[in-house]
Design a protein around this ligand. Structure first.
Ligand SMILES: Nc1ncnc2c1ncn2[C@@H]1O[C@H](COP(=O)(O)OS(=O)(=O)O)[C@@H](OP(=O)(O)O)[C@H]1O
Ligand SMILES: Nc1ncnc2c1ncn2[C@@H]1O[C@H](COP(=O)(O)OP(=O)(O)O)[C@@H](O)[C@H]1O
Length: 175
């Protein structure tokens, strides 16, 4: 019996089928590829190419994209620091479940704070591949496919990453 967060009197329920059996069935090992970077740096483009390539090679993957997850699971969250942290925590937990299920989970989110990404890495020892889209702000701003940098520069969006909200580059990424 244990206490986790606000839940008390909870017990861990074992599954009849283990992780190794799932890996054998799928002929692959689950892991998380975590793509981080500024808006417009190419995260979603890379996530889509990677997923397509893995599919072609017969590997099962699933993309958790920040924009998409914010349409459902995380639609109650905004962009203040606590909300971004909670966004990353939830996606990290979901990614962990996908990896445990045996999938190659591709998470593409700005995930601007190092401590939040590191917390996800700590949840997935040996199965967390952090990829940094190391593109200069000026290039992302020039691309501006959604017109959001323009709005941020005009003061119409507050707390935009890279403009008036921080992005902390990884110190220990895998690329
Ligand atoms: N204030 C602010 N800052 C940054 N981004 C913003 C903001 N408001 C809206 N958007 C849009 O939301 C997308 C990023 O969502 P994420 O969940 O990846 O962000 S975060 O990881 O919680 O920081 C991001 O998508 P991408 O451009 O694909 O990165 C933007 O389209
Ligand atoms: N390697 C690349 N070279 C040139 N343009 C790119 C590259 N990757 C992405 N783009 C373009 O940059 C823009 C932003 O890409 P996107 O994947 O939506 O970024 P993010 O998900 O980080 O916001 C899009 O218009 C996309 O076509």
């Amino acid at each position: 019996m244990s206490t986790m967060g606000n839940s008390t009197n909870i017990f861990w329920q074992e599954s009849p089928v283990g992780k190794l059996e799932r890996q054998k069935l799928l002929n692959q090992k689950g892991c998380v590829v975590w793509i981080t970077g500024l808006s417009g740096s190419g995260k979603s483009t890379l996530a889509c190419s990677l997923s397509r390539e893995l599919h072609t090679r017969g590997k099962l993957s699933y993309i958790l994209d920040g924009d998409n997850v914010r349409h459902g699971l995380n639609k109650d969250l905004g962009f203040k620091a606590e909300d971004r942290t909670e966004n990353i925590r939830r996606v990290g937990e979901v990614a962990k479940l996908f990896a445990d299920a045996g999938l190659i989970c591709i998470a593409s989110l700005i995930s601007p704070y190092r401590k939040d990404r590191d917390a996800c890495r700590a949840m997935l020892p040996d199965a967390f591949i952090e990829v940094f889209m190391n593109m200069p702000l000026a290039l992302c701003e020039e691309r501006d496919p959604k017109g959001l940098y323009k709005l941020a520069r005009a003061g119409k969006i507050k707390g935009f990453t890279g403009i008036d909200d921080p992005y902390e580059p990884p110190l220990n990424c895998e690329n």
